[in-house]
Write a protein that binds this ligand. Structure first.
Ligand code: ARG
Length: 460
């Protein structure tokens, strides 16, 4: 027998570096609080069901609570020799209260224990993600309200397409963050299930009360299949997947902040707090934080790919491979909370160069669709109208003249349907404000959507 807690059938003792490879204590100690919480609920149930003597349950409870205090005070010392957080805490409990500590593991396995800890860990933290996302949404909507009538070029293929407002652009991100919010809310549903009592894989012969434990821990439900209870990591994969989609959104916006803050665009300026200088080029003001959010998207996707790959082809039920499930989730949680907060800060301190944005629609051809639509409403088939305007645009490019700066006579040479009222339609603010179709960019729409967005936030 070795000195391991599970050492009964072992004769040889592993070398330290081998222990190190198998151990998870260096990272799963992040779940120490949850492990104690789970044990407290479990022992309460063991006592209640007379699976152990009520006095023994009492002794164990006192020991666990004292470990909680030690944990809070930063006094717990973990060791690789005890492999993981579960065995470390059990050993520490034994030090405190003696062999009765060994009764805690009745009707329980580390397999349902680790699953419970992991569920609890995520369950405790998902509300932080929702709060952070809500705050980001508030910031996005505030900025959208301020910029509801700021005209700018809308892009497709990174080419000027049609004029939009900056507020409209921002509300597109509000919608994305709203779907992110809903996804994380849904993630709570699958995280809120108690695996405890599934034991190693098959359930237990002891008369346990799983529902009591679940209620004690604040879980909404229990797993109804013991194999599923110990092998399910969907809730973690879902979290990583939701986080990846969120980062994809943040990264797209980060890209625009970086690009639009450049000399060539000069649409916006990030505050000094969210920029950095260069050690050699005194003039530089770099969008490091936006770049880092864009960059950290890679590690979040990595977390998702890592766990998907770990879980792929794992036979039921528990396999040690699953010990690899935690680090990615821990890291991704820290990363997305920080990324959301950085975004919040960047947006609340952003300077928007209204004039520059508006100016960008003045000397371009983003009003070409307006002219084609104008001709179409005068009865010219749209395809033909498109061709007429295309030729005018070509002429405009060659002579460096925007459509609105061409003499009426020249426009009329292209089509006799064109009259002086065309110049009204060619103004970018008119182009914006005529787009009143549901979801369109008209300022009145944007203002209405800002109110709708505010209501959505208020209901949270
Ligand atoms: N440290 C392990 C993990 O994180 C705990 C479960 C171990 N169970 C076992 N049967 N070896 O997955």
């Amino acid at each position: 027998m070795t000195d391991k807690l599970w050492g009964g059938r072992f004769t040889a003792k592993a070398e330290e570096w081998v222990d190190e490879f198998g151990a998870s204590i260096n990272f799963d100690q992040k779940m120490a609080y949850e492990d104690l919480e789970g044990s407290l609920a479990h022992v309460k149930m063991l006592g209640h069901q007379h699976i152990i003597e009520p006095e023994e349950a009492q002794q164990i409870t006192i020991g666990l609570k004292s470990l909680q205090d030690d944990l809070g005070a930063g006094k717990l010392k973990f060791t690789v020799a005890n492999e993981d957080i579960h065995l470390n805490l059990e050993a520490l409990l034994t030090e405190k209260i003696g062999p009765v500590a060994g009764k805690l593991h009745t009707a329980r396995s580390r397999n349902d224990q680790v699953a419970t800890d992991f569920h609890l860990w995520l369950k405790h933290r998902l509300p932080n993600v929702l709060d952070a996302l809500k705050n980001l949404q508030i910031e996005v909507v505030n900025l959208a309200e301020q910029q509801a009538d700021t005209i700018m070029p809308g892009y497709t293929h990174m080419q000027h397409a049609q004029p939009i407002t900056y507020g409209h652009y921002l509300l597109a991100y509000f919608e994305m963050f709203e779907r992110d919010y809903e996804r994380f809310e849904f993630n709570q549903k699958h995280t809120n299930i108690s695996p405890l009592g599934a034991a190693a894989l098959a359930g237990t012969t002891f008369p346990i009360d799983r529902e009591m434990v679940a209620e004690e821990l604040g879980f909404e439900q229990v797993y109804h299949n013991s194999l599923d209870a110990v092998s399910d990591r969907d809730f973690a994969v879902e979290f990583l997947s939701d986080a990846s989609i969120l980062m994809m959104h943040l990264s797209r916006m980060a890209e625009e902040l970086i690009l639009w803050g450049s000399y060539e665009f000069n649409y916006i300026e990030l505050s000094d707090d969210f920029s950095t200088g260069s050690s050699i080029m005194p003039q530089k003001k770099n969008a490091d934080f936006a770049e880092l959010v864009r960059g950290k998207t890679g590690r979040v996707y990595g977390g998702l790919m890592g766990l998907l790959t770990t879980m792929k082809a794992l036979p039921l039920a528990y396999n040690k491979d699953m010990q690899e499930d935690k680090e990615g989730v821990f890291d991704v949680m820290d990363t997305i909370l920080a990324a959301i907060n950085v975004f919040n800060g960047m947006l609340s301190s952003l300077t928007v160069h209204k004039e520059q944005l508006n100016h960008a629609t003045q000397n371009d051809f983003s009003n070409a669709t307006e002219l084609a639509d104008y001709l179409a409403t005068k009865g010219i088939p749209f395809r033909q109208a498109h061709a007429i305007v295309g030729e005018l645009v070509l002429k405009g490019i060659q002579t460096h003249t925007s459509l609105q700066d061409m003499p009426l006579a020249d426009l009329q040479k292209a089509s006799d349907k064109i009259e002086a009222d065309v110049f009204e339609d060619l103004k970018s603010d008119v182009a914006v404000n005529r787009r009143t179709s549901l979801g369109g960019t008209a300022v009145e729409n944007v203002k209405k959507e800002v109110q709708r967005a505010k209501q959505i936030i208020e209901q949270k």
